[in-house]
Design a protein around this ligand. Structure first.
Ligand code: FES
Ligand code: FES
Length: 152
């Protein structure tokens, strides 16, 4: 059935079953492949997007749940916070293989928009659902502090 969802500021009409995971719609219907499939069961964070600015695991969110809400993917990040996070990621050379990193950045941006000067504990708590098989956790934490300083 036809479903209208707002993705990255644009209303997009997709043809999907309402129970289809948002992740499939984003990647397969809309071609926004920056959001990754990792586990499919809300355990790794690779598929993290924002729904009205808050993190959401798109692999376990039916597309119908996004109707009437603002979906933002890594391709649509444009706020000053997002820019600071992306710059910090580059400056600290955070990325290794990269697979988890769009999800990491989505979670980091949501954290800093909610909590502009997070402690290490705040960061660990907010980022706990984002798994990195390359163990870039120390650099992620440092980059979040760098972005927070730049924004203050
Ligand atoms: S793919 Fe969604 S949490 Fe792992
Ligand atoms: S950078 Fe490789 S999984 Fe995180």
């Amino acid at each position: 059935m036809a479903i209208d969802i707002e993705v990255n500021g644009r209303i997009r009409r997709v043809d999907a079953d309402p129970e289809t995971p948002l992740l499939w719609v984003i990647r397969e219907e809309l071609g926004l492949t920056g959001t990754k499939y990792g586990c499919g069961i809300a355990q790794c964070g690779a598929c993290t997007v924002h729904l009205d600015g808050e993190t959401r695991r798109s692999c376990s969110t039916p597309v119908a749940a996004a109707v009437g809400h603002r979906v933002t993917t890594i391709e649509g990040l444009a706020s000053p916070t997002a820019k600071a996070v992306q710059q910090a990621w580059i400056a600290l050379d955070v990325v290794q293989c990269g697979y988890c990193q769009s999800g990491q950045i989505m979670s980091a941006v949501a954290l800093l928009e909610r909590l502009p000067r997070p402690s290490d504990e705040d960061i660990d708590l907010a980022m706990a659902g984002n798994i990195c098989r390359c163990a870039t956790y120390q650099r992620i934490r440092a980059a979040i502090h760098v972005a927070a300083r730049q924004l203050s």
